[in-house]
Ligand binder design. Structure first.
Ligand code: DLL
Length: 430
């Protein structure tokens, strides 16, 4: 029988050989799209121009702006009748772009995600509740077919409707979930508010988190709330969606599915490669995609490749969790910072709840940052003096991290709005 997990057992050298072979094929396929026919033609690049993976640097980079400019068909590399599905995403910065898949692209995508699920012990015995939005967002469908491929009883729950989610989790004994990190804690708290305990009332044993940045401490909070293991899964619509890189049992970096994706880390300013282990922008090349090959796509996500071998035995390159986006960077009175820096400070304080929001305003021509936080339900206190002393402590810790003064508002649990999709962590009113 066809074993789609075979590539997980390749050694580093064989993976490299496979990558070079597939890169040459990827260029041949890309040349069939109007965009790459033009761009690669101008640069005089053919599949034979690349004799080693180092030659990758000769290829032009591809950006979200290129995708926008070529909408709707400029990146399509197959006849339209071979496209089996498209996804459409606006991202955070405006005009939406489409991504196309052939039937084989969809099969490979499901296999990538399934490999990550199998690697951490999901089996056909699992009841898998997929609590990510279905539709144009890739989080839902991306895991759906992987769950079915493994043979899990797959529940296409989508996101939201928390009471019904919990009802299904209890009724069907959901043992595996896929969920946005911000929504995971919301679900746990909703059960706690009813007087329940997710650790004992539910049977969740493992979960997959992705779709938005989150810190290690945030993950630990989720694991404690459910008494289960949660694994980080990374992806973006332009590549397929979830499944580009996923954590293994070691929970120490995400294995990039190197037989399908080639990862580089570049300095976002100079666009030169950075040494392994150093942080920069993740740039990805699809090696096997037919409908819409992308060469050296700038993800804007900031991470680093991790040196060394993984105890799980997989030779697939690991990357660290995403540490922000280059276009997420905020500048306040000349100081650059990322929202995740604030999360790191907040999640280190047990008194602070898991929902938070950064509000940027301009008063008298001066930019101000107000961080709104909730008290953790476990520490809910009414004593104003205690709240004030916590507020001061948070402001002090944030100042030490960000190097400027931050206003802090401490709210009672549940006071901040909860989004059904990706969490809105920054409101810029300047
Ligand atoms: O969010 C795909 C996805 C869905 C991945 C569900 C994992 C799970 P987009 O909507 O195109 O696709 O957004 C992609 O989300 O460039 C990152 O900035 C961010 N992102 C996705 N996964 C992670 C993660 C999906 N595990 C953008 N950690 C990416 C941090 C993530 N950021």
């Amino acid at each position: 029988m066809y074993d789609f997990t075979l590539a997980d057992r390749l050694c580093a050298k064989d993976l490299e050989t496979l990558q070079l072979e597939r890169l040459q094929e990827a260029i041949a396929r890309a040349l069939k799209s109007p965009h790459y026919a033009r761009v690669l033609g101008q640069a005089k690049i053919t599949p034979r121009s690349l004799n080693s993976l180092d030659d990758l640097a000769r290829l032009p980079l591809t950006t979200k702006d290129d995708l926008r400019a070529e909408m709707p068909w400029g990146f399509l590399a197959v006849p339209r009748r071979e496209v089996a599905r498209m996804h459409y995403s606006s991202g955070t910065t405006g005009i939406a772009t489409a991504v196309y898949h052939t039937r084989d692209d969809l099969r490979r995508w499901a296999e990538c995600v399934a490999r990550g699920m199998l690697a951490v012990g999901v089996t056909a015995d699992d009841v898998f509740q997929n609590m990510m939005g279905y539709g144009l967002f890739t989080g839902g469908l991306g895991f759906h077919y992987a769950g079915e491929l493994i043979g899990c009883m797959t529940i296409p729950a989508s996101s939201g409707q928390t009471a019904r989610q919990l009802q299904m989790m209890r009724l069907f004994g959901t043992s595996a979930v896929h969920i946005l990190p911000s929504y995971a804690l919301h679900v746990a708290h909703a059960l706690q508010e009813e007087g329940g305990d997710p650790r004992t009332d539910l049977q969740v044993r493992r979960g997959f988190l992705g779709g938005e940045p989150h810190t290690e401490d945030f993950r630990r909070r989720i694991e404690e709330a459910f008494d289960a293991k949660f694994y980080n899964c990374y992806g973006l619509s332009e590549m397929c969606g979830p499944g580009v890189a996923m954590e293994c049992q070691a929970q120490n970096g995400l294995h990039v599915r190197q037989d399908h994706y080639l990862a580089e880390i570049l300095d976002p300013h100079t666009l030169e490669p950075v040494p392994i282990g150093e942080e920069g922008e993740l740039v990805l090349t699809t090696l096997t995609r037919e409908a819409m090959p992308l060469l050296r796509y700038r993800t804007r996500d900031i991470t680093r490749l991790l040196p060394g071998e993984c105890p799980c035995g997989s030779a697939h390159q690991r990357m660290a969790r995403i540490n922000g986006r280059s276009d997420d960077m905020l500048i306040l009175r000349g100081v650059n910072f990322y929202p995740l820096q604030v999360e790191r400070v907040l999640m280190g304080l047990p008194e602070v709840g898991s929902n938070y929001c950064l509000v940027l305003t301009r008063e008298n021509n001066l930019d101000q940052l107000t961080v709104q936080v909730e008290l953790s339900p476990d520490y809910a206190v009414d004593d104003l003096r205690q709240v004030e002393s916590l507020r001061e402590r948070i402001a002090e810790d944030l100042r030490a991290e960000l190097l400027f003064r931050v206003h802090v508002r401490v709210l009672q649990p549940g006071k901040l709005p909860v989004s059904e999709g990706k969490a809105v962590r920054v409101v810029d009113n300047r």
